[in-house]
Design a protein around this ligand. Structure first.
Ligand SMILES: NC(=O)c1ccc[n+]([C@@H]2O[C@H](COP(=O)([O-])OP(=O)(O)OC[C@H]3O[C@@H](n4cnc5c(N)ncnc54)[C@H](O)[C@@H]3O)[C@@H](O)[C@H]2O)c1
Length: 277
């Protein structure tokens, strides 16, 4: 069972939403924090919050899609705390865009952040965590990592890749009886600013399209839905910390949605069309 007290957690995308919820959950269990994000203003606010609570925390401006910056993040964490025990590869972006019409720049950006980010995280941090003789690697995927809905082309591809990465990693760690464990978080709708942030970070910015499939309009609709129906990200942070403590691999915020995945698998087994499932 993973212990938290006095250990160090690195959380990417840790200044906002789910990542900040994880930081709060880890801090309340006595962990030191390394908050990695692109948003300096949000990192400053998070640091102030943790300072007031007497939590040891540092913030590092790190673009997870840049290997050298992830390496520098690890160097800084080790210099500050002497090691890392828990890594949460959580930073992510997503815009609703057709798989048919998506711009190559959007494919590249989303896969760089959402898939290469976690791959770099595992490559850089796993050896450091293994050195501690204990620890955990968690990556945030999505329901979009379990089932591919329309209009989320690159996001589906990246998040399926994340599930595959973490499942392969966990199997390998168990096969070699490693003291390190791994898990994947597949959230349903969570009340965060992901759509707003993603539109802002998108290369070249969003431009409305004449056919009404504009990512700007859809992104706004998704943002409204998340605000009205999404789960509180602090609740997700608690769920992740509890699941890590209990050695769970699959972390689902809305387990009822697993039925939709089951339906797709049934269609596969029974050789039915995808869209009837
Ligand atoms: N909100 C949801 O409904 C939902 C559902 C499923 C999965 N997710 C996933 O949860 C994770 C967290 O998202 P969130 O909903 O908390 O959104 P959020 O926008 O509140 O938080 C994401 C954070 O990642 C940071 N970020 C973006 N690009 C980055 C980069 N290249 N390098 C470093 N940091 C970067 C942002 O600045 C932001 O602080 C993402 O991986 C997202 O795909 C969210």
């Amino acid at each position: 069972m993973q212990e938290f007290e006095g250990r160090t957690a690195v959380v990417t995308g840790g200044a906002s939403g789910i990542g900040l919820g994880m930081c709060r959950a880890f801090a309340s269990r006595g962990m030191n924090l390394v908050i990695a994000d692109l948003d300096e203003e949000a990192m400053t606010a998070a640091l102030e919050e943790f300072e007031q609570k007497g939590v040891r925390a540092i913030a590092d401006k790190c673009d997870v899609s840049d290997y050298d910056q992830v390496r520098a993040l690890a160097d800084r964490a080790v210099a500050e705390y002497g090691g890392v025990h828990v890594l949460c590869n959580n930073a992510g972006v997503g815009i609703p865009t057709s798989a048919r019409k998506m711009k190559m720049a959007d494919w590249k950006w989303i896969i760089d952040v959402d898939l290469w980010g976690p791959i770099y995280g595992v490559d850089v941090f796993l050896p450091i965590i293994e050195e501690q003789g204990e620890g955990h690697v968690n990556t945030t995927s999505s329901l979009a990592g379990l089932i591919s809905s329309q209009m989320m082309g690159a996001y589906n591809v990246a998040k399926h890749g994340v599930v595959a990465l973490m499942a392969a990693l966990e199997r390998e760690l168990r096969a070699k009886k490693s003291p390190v464990t791994a898990s994947v978080l597949c959230p349903g709708p969570i009340n965060t600013n992901i759509s707003r942030h993603s539109v802002a970070y998108r290369p070249g910015q969003a431009k409305p399209r004449a056919d009404g499939e504009s990512s700007g309009k859809l992104a706004r609709n998704i943002q409204d839905m998340l605000e009205q129906e999404g789960m509180d990200p602090d609740e997700v942070g608690e769920l992740v910390a509890n699941s890590i403590a209990e050695d769970k691999f699959w972390i689902l915020t809305h387990p009822g949605y697993a039925k939709v995945v089951q339906k797709q698998l049934t269609a596969l087994v029974e050789d039915q069309s995808l869209t009837r499932a």
